[in-house]
Design a protein around this ligand. Structure first.
Ligand code: GRF
Length: 194
């Protein structure tokens, strides 16, 4: 399975996929890594010798133009699956429609709970005793697509946002690697999800 992973930040979930693909048995390879900015996580591409590309959001007149340029880059890699992993930009409909359903996103909450860019902070602010991690098929909404898998993560009373986010990320990575395995071996059919 040829994967293109898109990031905006540290790329710790990306790193988990890169480490998994070190195992010759793992049925997927990250063939390219993309970002909307000069993301710290691009260092993982360097370290693992994976081609990378940056399509800076600010370099385009609008979201549609940026999305078109990003899609053009992604398309060059003949990906079977594009994974948004800590990618913090909303993609224009044309990008989503071109790749759906082979476009996944990881989210640090138990969707549909706490969608959006501040899921971890929102769970804490809500006084929740548990949250979660989810992998979904990206649709036109914000974190509204079909859920591929999700798992509960406990919240401890003295959790800070950082501590809770790290606990969630550990689960996110496991889910992401498992979803890639399940898609590669046919256990999950993204086209069948609703
Ligand atoms: C992840 O929790 C992701 O779900 C969220 O932001 C975090 C990015 O972490 N959107 P990283 O860049 O993979 O370390």
């Amino acid at each position: 399975l040829r994967l293109v992973v898109l990031i905006s930040g540290g790329g710790s979930n990306l790193r988990a996929l890169l480490e998994a693909s070190e195992d010759a048995e793992f049925p997927a390879r990250v063939v390219a890594i993309g970002a909307d900015r000069d993301a710290d996580g691009l260092a993982h591409a360097e370290e693992f010798g994976i081609p990378s590309f940056v399509v800076p959001f600010g370099a385009y007149p609008d979201r549609e133009a940026w999305g078109g340029a990003l899609l053009e880059q992604v398309r060059q890699w003949d990906a079977d699956l594009v994974i948004l992993s800590g990618f913090m930009r909303l993609l224009p409909p044309a990008f989503v429609h071109a790749l759906r359903p082979n476009l996944l996103n990881t989210h640090p909450a138990y969707l549909p709970e706490f969608p959006g860019a501040h899921a971890v902070r929102d769970a804490l602010a809500a006084g929740a005793t548990q949250t979660g991690a989810s992998v979904i098929v990206v649709d036109d909404g914000v974190d509204t697509g079909p859920i591929v898998v999700r798992e509960r993560v406990p919240i401890q009373p003295d959790d800070t946002e950082g501590v809770l986010h790290d606990r969630i990320k550990h689960v996110e990575r496991e889910l992401l690697v498992q979803v890639v395995l399940d898609i590669a071996n046919g256990a999950v059919d993204l086209a069948a999800l609703r």
